[in-house]
Design a protein around this ligand. Structure first.
Ligand code: PLP
Length: 372
């Protein structure tokens, strides 16, 4: 293999070296954070420091903060551990939201992937007086589209609903303030920003009558049982403390997208191109080539990219969110996601672009030969 270039940061980001060093150090500690002796106190100190740092990073009070084993768990707790009458979510939510309730009430999105606020307002008005939750992800894992959280919260306040946001893809990529946003609950995860997988958090206002999803001991103020993992929590803290702005990546993505659109004479389609997006995300079609085939081709050429969200079941499926946006199987099935992050170099983009160009031109010439 000529090279190995990782462009799948929205799936998971490589562990930062500082995070690895912190985690290795934390492995030397043996105390249970719930124990009273000095070893327990030392472990507890690490957890409480991490809680303060991470809460500060997202501008939330530390006492609202519950450590969980993942953002999937945090999302499930937010939806399942309050007796909601209705849960409204967009059609493009992550499966950890979409499948966390037996009766999701999907709100349509525009072709750019933005929530249709009029449709949300209709639902809220129709169910006013009930215990309603709106769950909308802050930024999308496949397209990077950023939702109008402030407008959603304003509507929620008007109709007395609560708001949860899955901010997994937003934190570390764009500024996120729990307090200023006005949301009631927020889920986050460490491994999309250079921290370890297996640790996340749910941030919850004291006004939300949340119970535990995982029951047992009294950890996390009775809201999440189970001995906290000092190693992964210390890693989460280190990832937050070493987070660096990613805004510079936007220009590289823009230039690459422009090159792709010019090459294909606008036959390629960039999802959410006209909307406010994360600086690190491009979701673009390569017309005529199924995205699973594209992923394999680029893998052989040394690039790790993805066909929408990581397919945990190993089944090949067209992305539900992309279908909801474009309502076109052919477009959704040819969309490739290219996502960058803390260790991506400017030179990675022209390298990927020339591989993409070669592939496109090869496919086009084969099509032309076929039609002669
Ligand atoms: N929400 C979004 C938007 C994601 O992209 C992911 C990860 O794929 C998750 C939730 C789940 O996060 P975790 O892997 O921490 O369970």
């Amino acid at each position: 293999m000529k090279q190995s270039i990782y462009l799948d940061y929205n799936s998971t980001a490589p562990l930062r070296p500082e995070v690895q060093a912190t985690m290795v150090q934390a492995m030397d500690l043996c105390g249970n954070p719930s124990s009273q002796h000095r070893d327990g106190r030392a472990a507890r100190k690490i957890i409480e420091k991490a809680r303060r740092n991470i809460a500060d990073f997202v501008d939330a009070p530390a006492e609202y903060f519950i450590f969980t084993g993942s953002a999937t768990e945090a999302n499930n707790q937010a939806l399942q551990c309050v007796d909601w009458d209705n849960i409204f979510m967009t059609e493009i939510e992550h499966d950890s939201i979409f499948k966390a309730t037996v009766s999701p009430s999907p709100i349509p999105v525009t072709s750019e992937g933005l929530i249709q606020l009029g449709a949300l307002e209709q639902k809220l008005a129709a169910h006013q007086g009930q215990k309603n939750l709106i769950s909308v992800m802050w930024a999308h894992n496949e397209t990077g589209v950023i939702q109008p959280i402030h407008d959603i919260v304003a509507l929620a306040k008007k109709y007395g609903a609560a708001v949860h946001t899955d901010a997994v893809q937003a934190i570390g990529k764009i500024p996120v303030s729990f307090t200023k946003s006005g949301v009631d609950m927020m889920s986050i995860s460490a491994h999309k920003m250079g921290g370890p997988a297996g640790v996340g958090a749910l941030i919850v206002k004291e006004t939300v009558p949340l119970t535990a999803l995982v029951r047992g001991g009294g950890q996390e103020k009775n809201r999440r049982a189970g001995t906290q993992s000092i190693v992964t929590i210390a890693g989460f803290d280190a990832a937050i403390m070493n987070a660096a702005p990613l805004e510079h990546l936007r220009a590289f993505h823009d230039r690459m997208e422009l090159g792709m659109l010019q090459l294909t004479k606008d036959k390629a389609y960039v999802f959410s191109k006209q909307a406010d997006r994360l600086p690190n995300t491009t979701c673009i079609t390569l017309p005529g080539i199924n995205n699973q085939t594209q992923v394999m081709h680029f893998d052989l050429a040394g690039f790790s990219v993805s066909a929408g969200s990581a397919c945990s079941s190993g089944r090949v499926q067209v992305s539900r969110p992309l279908m909801a946006m474009c309502r076109n199987q052919e477009i959704a099935a040819t969309a490739l996601r290219i996502t960058s992050g803390w260790d991506t170099k400017e030179s990675d983009f022209p390298l990927f672009f020339s591989c993409w160009k070669e592939y496109y031109q090869h496919h086009k010439s084969q099509q032309q030969e076929g039609s002669v």
